[in-house]
Design a protein around this ligand. Structure first.
Ligand SMILES: O=C(O)CCC(=O)C(=O)O
Ligand SMILES: [Fe+2]
Length: 169
């Protein structure tokens, strides 16, 4: 994390990066008309990092950097998908950007995925790391209580990357 002016990850930072870990088990039943349904709507995760194991069916798409294109993330046997989440975007003051993604249902096969979300703890305040601000950088996010951030995310339907605006200055 040298790009963040960080030379060591002490216990406080470790707790912010991965003080709370949650695993989900996602099951997407096959759907005869996948174009008429939503597997998971477009969103970014509230985590710092998400480590995702997906089976061989496919259907996960990430949003390309240049706007409107959706890129399929093909399942590769024995590999994991690592996604940057909103909490890392906030604490890195925008240097790491959370990835917008969505899942499309499959017309003929059931799908399973297992994401492991690494998160700050609900009691943590998250904001740009002090080292970045000491370095003269202008903060673009304000400190927010992580539980408030998560509540804000779950209060509404998935809406792309809009949640992160909750922490903008
Ligand atoms: O099923 C997937 O590949 C991704 C699921 C997901 O985006 C999530 O659980 O946040
Ligand atoms: Fe996700």
């Amino acid at each position: 994390m040298n790009g963040l002016n960080l030379h060591e990850i002490d216990e406080t930072k470790e707790l912010l990066l991965m003080g709370s870990i949650r695993t989900n088990l996602n099951y997407y039943p096959k759907c005869p008309n996948p174009e008429l349904t939503v597997g998971v709507g477009r969103h970014s995760d509230v985590s710092t990092l998400t480590i995702l194991l997906q089976d061989e069916i496919g259907g996960l798409f990430v949003r390309g950097n240049d706007g409107d294109n959706w890129i399929h993330v093909p399942p590769i046997k024995g590999s994991l998908v690592i996604n940057v989440g909103d909490a890392l975007q906030i604490i890195s003051n925008g240097k790491y950007r959370s990835v917008e993604h969505r899942v499309m249902a499959n017309g003929s096969k059931n799908r399973i995925s297992i994401p492991i979300f690494m998160n700050p703890r609900l009691i943590d305040m998250i904001g740009p790391f002090p080292e970045l601000i000491e370095n003269g950088e202008k903060p673009i996010y304000k400190p927010v209580l992580y539980s408030d951030y998560v509540k804000h995310f779950f209060r509404k339907a998935h809406d792309g990357k809009k949640t992160v605006a909750f922490a903008e200055l």
